[in-house]
Design a protein around this ligand. Structure first.
Ligand code: SAM
Length: 349
């Protein structure tokens, strides 16, 4: 027991542990409050009590991929599809700007209807209308040339969860035509091009072991991403994993804390999935060391259709209500929502 607190202290001092040591911390719930308090301390030293707010625009739920866990997978014939026009996406960012957002996260399934030129035009329009804003893309696996084109058009950041660093586990979550190597290649391309790059995993996907999670930690420590998305796996109806149990919230929180101690400056969201798994999940995420929240800016009529998993929260409030709700939630735990660009400290303009 005491040993685990010593390991946590060692992680605070050196920002790195051995695989066995990470595993020991993750396997025990006895020191969760100690771990969270250390992670909070580190987050507050760097970011104070500021939490960065990003407006997420889920602009299309068409997807060519068939990930076994995902509610918008190509073969889910019960998923009601929608696709926003470039104009609608740009107007959505405009209205987000009016209520104070300074980062827009454009996310979608892998929808090939949008050409490279379309994405570049959307990005450059948003950037020229709002030069003080950052644009994050989260639109899946693309060629290096496409990533370069989006970057040249003004995209600042890219989120692409690696989902699992273990190749065999990756194969349990995805059909054969999707490849682990391609996903990892994308992450290295993104970082080399100059994006603030985000990777990440779901906690508790079917077949995931603690050893897999430790492999993810070791990979993330070496890769040094600017952002890390971590949320619990939540089952989605009409998918191969519909009847699988949800991921563990306590383990998710423990991981957020370990990641904060391992990569102190990383941008770490308290995810919507965490808030869906537990009513106060996002608040607990912030108190475990997270420093970002991504409220939904998508038009309300589409929100319920971007159903990656069942029971997703925030599908009926409009953007300004969502934003006020997040601010009030943060205030209730002594933090404040800040709407600046919120770059990674090493990439600040
Ligand atoms: N298509 C883009 C991509 O592949 O990165 C972005 C959209 S994708 C739906 C965004 C993320 O949602 C995935 O990386 C995955 O981790 C998460 N996700 C999908 N299904 C989920 C589920 N059932 N529970 C929790 N998270 C899920």
């Amino acid at each position: 027991m005491e040993n685990i607190e010593k390991l946590i202290d060692k992680l605070c001092e050196t920002s790195e542990l051995t695989a066995d040591e990470y595993k020991e911390i993750l396997a025990s719930s006895d020191h969760d409050e100690y771990l969270a308090s250390k992670a909070r301390e580190v987050a507050q030293r760097i970011f104070g009590k500021d939490v960065y707010i990003r407006g997420i625009i889920e602009f299309s739920n068409y997807c060519r991929n068939d990930c076994y866990y995902c509610g918008i997978r190509a073969s889910n014939k019960y998923c009601e599809r929608y696709r926003m026009t470039p104009d609608e996406i740009i107007r959505c960012a405009d209205s987000g700007y009016d209520i104070g957002f300074r980062t827009f996260v454009l996310q979608s399934g892998e929808d090939l209807t949008y050409s490279t030129e379309d994405i570049c035009n959307i990005v450059s329009s948003i950037k020229s209308r709002h030069p003080d804003c950052a644009v994050t893309l989260s639109i899946g696996e693309k060629s290096r040339e496409e990533y370069q084109a989006y970057y040249d058009a003004g995209a600042d950041r890219y989120l692409l969860r690696h989902e699992t660093y273990n190749k065999d586990h990756y194969g349990m979550l995805h059909p054969d035509k999707m490849s682990w190597s391609s996903r990892i290649r994308c992450l290295y391309d993104l970082r080399e091009i100059g994006y603030q790059t985000g990777c990440g995993i779901m906690v508790g996907t079917p077949g995931q072991t603690l050893d897999h999670v430790v492999e993810d930690l070791v990979f993330m420590k070496g890769f040094e991403p600017h952002m890390i998305g971590i949320g619990p796996f939540l089952p989605a109806a009409n998918t191969p994993f519909a009847d699988c149990p949800a991921g563990d919230v306590a383990l998710t929180l423990r991981l957020l804390s370990v990641i904060r101690l391992m990569l102190p400056k990383v941008l770490l969201p308290a995810t919507t999935a965490l808030g869906t798994a537990e009513a106060l999940g996002r608040e607990k995420g912030i108190l475990a060391g997270a420093n970002v929240i991504m409220p939904n800016l998508s038009p309300v009529e589409n929100r319920g259709k971007y159903q990656l998993y069942d029971g997703k929260i925030c599908i009926s409030d409009d953007a300004s209500l969502c934003s006020r709700c997040i601010s009030a939630r943060l205030k209730s735990i002594g933090y404040q929502a800040v709407t600046g660009r919120g770059d990674h400290p090493d990439k600040a303009l």
